[in-house]
Design a protein around this ligand. Structure first.
Ligand SMILES: [Fe+2]
Length: 414
């Protein structure tokens, strides 16, 4: 690991192995401890289903200036089969061998899948342009698994599959030596400081969670859903987060993580089904999360989320059952890079979601990423979108921008 780097400085690097030399990458170090000057810029991305389309959003992200770090919020790859022409990419110049046309299960499968993704020129460009900070969601292993419980694969073989997937993740993504996996476990949650402007508590909401209740999917919560001991993060991670918040001196506390924290209803009259895979399926865990932020005195909380393949901008309410209750933070949900294929700005449930969730300020169903710019006074979110991913080259536009002022949580449109 390089030592003695200067804070807030651009560096260029290459890798050499034998006679091979990699293209040049560019990175940037974080501000020095205590430095609250200037601004920081992060990009949030998630959900790169190669077989659903081109990573055009990442090509545009590579061209964004002064990004301090790209935050990948999960589904870096998908375990599903990819056919010879790359699924919906339908790329006639691609002739993938049959071994890609099956779900990933073994270590070799997962390694090959990373090699396929890492040959994508748009993904390469985004890695070469900016440093990345990653966390995972489910598809790096298997759809909607929970801790040691698989979603569809045989339970007795699942831990071997998880071990293979975690090892390949560690081998292929920018993690640090303490995160080296041990068997089927990997220490993923961690804390990073960007001077005094931002503390990032990067969560793992997949490896330590209880199983989804009520049969997963969108369901009306059951008694089990409401059980007070249900956990999303596990006790150890919950305590670690609370301690980190208590000791935080940062102006902004950012929480890059996987699944939607805020309440989401998909209808305006009850009974209300909720997403059992998201924090809505773990209401006691969400209460503890918000209570921990409150008792720690976190003033500027921004939760960054992926998973749902749409953009949302939401205020985090102290009590989601009371739309008049105060906002205690903001949640910025980034859409997918490619998962879901070509999207539309207003999906069929667009109006219903906005009506059913008054704390939701914005919803867009296209592909893209979120750019965050923050300083001592405010956090700004720009929702970047591309219209098409089933063919390359779509331009990028900013669909909406919001700010939340320091000390006054809540999103205001720009
Ligand atoms: Fe996804």
């Amino acid at each position: 690991m390089p030592e003695g780097l200067s804070p807030r400085t651009r560096y260029y690097y290459r890798f050499r192995v034998g006679s091979w030399t990699s293209p040049t990458g560019r990175t940037r170090t974080s501000p020095a401890a205590g430095d609250a000057s200037g601004s920081l810029r992060f990009a949030a991305v998630s959900c790169q289903a190669y077989h659903d389309g081109y990573f055009t959003a990442l090509r545009h992200l590579a061209q964004e200036g002064d990004v301090d770090a790209v935050l990948h919020l999960g589904d870096y790859l998908y375990e599903y089969a990819v056919d010879a022409h790359g699924g919906d990419r339908a790329d006639p110049s691609l002739e993938l061998p049959d071994r890609f046309n099956k779900e990933t299960v073994t270590l070799e499968d997962y390694r090959l899948r990373y090699s396929l993704y890492h040959r994508d020129p748009d993904l390469q460009a985004a890695h070469a342009a900016h440093p990345w900070i990653v966390t995972w969601d489910d598809h790096e292993v298997e759809n909607n698994y929970a801790d040691e419980i698989p979603d569809g694969s045989p339970p007795e073989a699942f831990l071997a599959r998880r071990a293979a997937a975690y090892r390949a993740y560690y081998e292929n993504l920018p993690l640090r030596p303490p995160q080296q996996p041990s068997g089927s476990s990997l220490q993923l949650y961690r804390r990073l400081h960007f001077g005094k402007l931002a503390q990032l508590d990067i969560l793992d909401g997949r490896q330590h969670r209880d199983d989804q209740s009520a049969g997963d999917g969108w369901q009306v919560p059951t008694a089990e859903t409401g059980r007070p001991d249900r956990t999303m993060l596990g006790t150890t991670q919950e305590r670690w987060l609370e301690d980190g918040w208590k000791n935080s001196k940062a102006v902004w506390n950012l929480v890059p993580q996987q699944t939607v924290l805020s309440r989401r209803r998909n209808r305006t009259t009850g009974p209300f089904p909720l997403s059992m895979d998201a924090w809505d399926g773990y209401p006691a865990a969400r209460r503890r999360f918000l209570e921990a932020a409150r008792t720690a005195g976190v003033k500027n909380l921004a939760v960054l989320t992926g998973d749902v393949h749409v953009h949302y901008a939401m205020d985090i309410k102290e009590d989601f059952d009371d739309s008049g209750s105060r906002s205690v933070g903001v949640e910025l949900v980034t859409t997918s890079v490619a998962s879901g294929g070509d999207g539309v700005a207003k999906p069929g449930d667009w109006q219903t979601f906005l009506d059913a969730n008054p704390h939701m300020k914005f919803y867009d169903g296209r592909r893209g990423y979120v750019l965050l710019t923050l300083d001592q006074r405010q956090l700004r979110a720009d929702y970047r979108t591309v219209d098409v991913v089933t063919r390359p080259g779509a331009p990028v536009t900013t669909a909406a921008s919001f700010v939340s002022r320091a000390g006054d949580p809540g999103l205001q449109p720009l």
